[in-house]
Design a protein around this ligand. Structure first.
Ligand SMILES: Nc1ncnc2c1ncn2[C@@H]1O[C@H](COP(=O)(O)OP(=O)(O)O)[C@@H](O)[C@H]1O
Ligand SMILES: [Mg+2]
Length: 369
């Protein structure tokens, strides 16, 4: 769709700005300054277009039975970290589980928390509460009858003025000097796609309350075993990189080296499988493999992971692809990938995706269809 084309165009724009930065002589301070600004703007645009992709694609959400209390705690920690805000949690232990795409619902909670944080620049309290609620089937009601969980996030900021209450869910509506205005509109469609509803429940000059409903699930969440001390081990970590383009292989290897990883790079799936197997036999396990999704004239990422999983069911694989949208990512996760690395990526992206993939592999079983 349009959002996807836009993303590709932005990739070309920022890629070429990057090249121009390399070509420009160091003494051209003004020129380099302009390029740096252009590059930053292109990156912001790319970020916005990837957010749009999240819901424009409709996507196949990866649904799991989750405990909302865990998502809320995680998000509170993440969004309020380093702020002068306090989180007040009020969640009953018998809260019904719900079946959602945790990544998407986390995005919703984060968006609400960040709004609360931005509404209270000089500090305050965010009240996070959840409860079970049974709705009757009423004609014309916003939600069909049934069992739901209701989550409310309340702040004591300035609230939403009455005349604005209908506009805040519009895409790009913002009252902030530099902000996308997409937070609430994306959150609204994510919750709706899950069969729920998000609204501004209450607002006054002493604060706003946003709440959302999600259908309750019957099953209990699978028991997750947590491994103590999930930090990265201090021993040297080996990474296997597969890509058919020499430039990408070299770049990835160099970046990984600067992150302290030891790298073996191969050109296609067959070579990747052989290399992995040989290393295993020597007891020199690869901590992670980064697989390019499409290999011209060779075995690509999907075929490779299924072979690797046969050899080692606990393989930590990351898919690298030109697709940065959630729908494609969701697809990949179903094949057992632990993470996705959209091209183009930075050193930071690489570090983050690896750390997260290795960490989740210790706490959660892979999701394979
Ligand atoms: N907790 C809140 N308190 C006061 N106003 C809010 C709150 N949350 C959202 N708003 C208003 O709704 C607008 C849209 O929010 P959002 O879609 O998240 O976009 P953004 O945060 O980028 O402005 C905000 O600019 C702000 O005016
Ligand atoms: Mg926002």
């Amino acid at each position: 769709g349009i959002a996807h084309d836009l993303n590709n165009i932005l990739t070309v724009i920022s890629g070429n700005i990057g090249l121009a930065q390399l070509e420009a002589p160091v003494e051209e301070k003004n020129l380099l300054g302009c390029l740096a600004k252009a590059s930053q703007a292109a990156q912001e645009a790319a970020h916005m277009s990837s957010q749009l992709l999240t819901f424009s694609k409709g996507g196949s959400p990866v649904k799991k039975i989750v405990r909302m209390s865990e998502l809320l705690a995680k998000s509170a920690h993440f969004s309020l970290h380093g702020s002068n805000l306090r989180a007040e949690m009020n969640i009953p232990p018998d809260l019904w589980p719900t079946e959602v795409d945790p990544t998407q619902i986390e995005q919703v909670i984060n968006a609400l928390m960040i709004n609360a944080r931005e509404a209270m620049p000089s500090g305050g309290t965010v009240d996070i509460s959840a409860r079970n609620i049974e709705l009757d089937d009423k004609p014309g009601a916003l939600l069909p009858g049934g069992r739901y969980i209701k989550v409310a996030i309340a702040d004591d900021g300035g609230g939403v003025p009455v005349d604005m209450a209908t506009k805040i869910f519009d895409p790009y509506f913002t009252t902030k000097p530099v902000s996308s205005g997409l937070g609430l509109s994306i959150s609204f469609s994510i919750v709706k796609k899950h069969g729920g509803m998000l609204h501004l429940e209450q607002s006054s000059p002493v604060g706003a309350v946003f709440s959302f409903y999600l259908p309750a699930a019957r099953a209990e969440p699978a028991v997750v075993k947590t491994v103590a001390g999930s930090g990265l081990p201090s021993t040297l970590q080996r990474i296997l990189v597969m890509d058919d383009e020499e430039g990408i292989r070299e770049l990835t290897s160099q970046l990984l080296n600067t992150l302290g990883y030891e790298v073996t790079a191969v050109t296609d799936g067959v070579e990747a499988v052989n290399t992995y197997e040989r290393a295993m036999r020597r007891g020199e396990h690869f901590q992670a493999v980064i697989l390019d999704a499409t290999i011209r004239g060779g075995m690509g990422g999907l075929a490779t992971i299924s072979r690797l999983r046969n050899i080692d069911p606990s393989v930590v694989a990351i898919i690298c692809s030109g697709y940065s949208d959630e729908a494609a990512l969701a697809e990949f996760l179903q094949y057992g990938f632990r993470g996705a690395l959209p091209k183009p990526f930075t050193r930071r992206d690489l570090a983050d995706v690896l750390q997260r993939a290795v960490m989740t592999s210790k706490t959660e079983p892979a999701f394979v269809r």
